[in-house]
Design a protein around this ligand. Structure first.
Ligand SMILES: NC(=O)C1=CN([C@@H]2O[C@H](COP(=O)(O)OP(=O)(O)OC[C@H]3O[C@@H](n4cnc5c(N)ncnc54)[C@H](O)[C@@H]3O)[C@@H](O)[C@H]2O)C=CC1
Ligand SMILES: O=C(O)C1=N[C@H](C(=O)O)C[C@H](O)C1
Length: 242
């Protein structure tokens, strides 16, 4: 497997590069300039003789640029790209639409959080109780009010976090019930608070180190590359376990 990495010089990108080197996996850093036009990108593709999966962990504009490139590549060159894994968060509606149309050309997997714990968290929120209710439905029936908080480092650009949006969708928690805090160097905390008259409950995920996301991202790329799915929007659930 060869990885084309967008966002290689970033906080997460640096850790992905370190991990790829440790695993002796080959990769190419895709810089902002490589995504400016088709000739620049073609130059990069020609240097990478093998097929590759692209991992985007940059900013929404980086995602937009790679989508525009993919949509304008000739069919024969497109064959070299086995998929696009997006860890970047904070896309606007127009960028989400662009991702949807680009998925007709190549397989795309969007993962707001590469950790296994958040995947588990999401599944807990989507699970059914013994009465056939969702956790949220049961909580509300029992008189609990629900809200979410997410805490991240001060350099994070988007709010609420991509993970908070994903978890809120899974738990059918209204967006206005999400609070974002930016403080210090917090890697990523997500909590769902359930509060009733005389008791409260909290479901919390804490990312202890950013390398967690790097490991998860590479594992997901490997699984997608191995399974070689057809173009379309991929369900991350189908690729979290190898
Ligand atoms: N899915 C997940 O598990 C995780 C996702 N993230 C997301 O990944 C993204 C990056 O996070 P950090 O590394 O902390 O940010 P960062 O700001 O440290 O790095 C951003 C990187 O993107 C590059 N970049 C910016 N604009 C670009 C463009 N137009 N074209 C190509 N490259 C461009 C920068 O040069 C830099 O290398 C954010 O959206 C963040 O929310 C971060 C951690 C975990
Ligand atoms: O920017 C970050 O740092 C993180 N971003 C992702 C998000 O927006 O959910 C994942 C993780 O929480 C760290």
């Amino acid at each position: 497997m060869h990885i084309g990495l967008i966002g290689a010089s970033g906080r997460l990108g640096t850790l992905v590069c370190e991990n790829l080197v440790q695993q002796k996996l080959t990769f190419t850093k895709i810089a902002r300039e490589d995504l400016q036009n088709i000739p620049s990108f073609m130059q990069l593709l020609q240097h990478v003789s093998e097929s590759m999966i692209i991992l985007d962990i940059s900013l929404p504009v980086g995602t937009e640029n790679i989508c525009n490139i993919i949509n304008n590549l000739e069919e024969k060159n497109l064959k070299q790209i086995k998929g696009l894994v997006i860890g970047t968060t904070g896309h606007n509606d127009r960028q989400k639409q662009l991702l949807l149309s680009t998925s007709q050309k190549i397989p795309i997997c969007m993962v707001s959080n590469f950790s296994k714990g958040v995947y588990l968290f999401e599944e807990i929120l989507k699970a059914k109780t013994s009465q056939g209710l969702t956790v949220t439905e049961l909580a509300r029936a029992l008189g609990f009010d629900m809200a979410m908080t997410e805490i991240h480092h001060t350099l994070k650009k988007d709010a609420p976090s991509g993970t908070a949006i994903t978890l809120a969708e899974a738990g059918k928690i209204p967006a206005k019930q999400i609070s974002s805090v930016r403080v210090g160097k917090v890697v990523g905390d997500h909590s769902i608070h359930l509060s009733a008259d005389s008791e409260s409950l909290e479901i919390k995920h804490t990312a202890h180190a950013r390398k967690l996301f790097a490991e998860g991202a590479i594992e997901l790329c490997k699984n997608i590359y191995t399974q070689a799915p057809k173009p379309g929007f991929l369900r991350k659930e189908d690729f979290f376990i190898s």
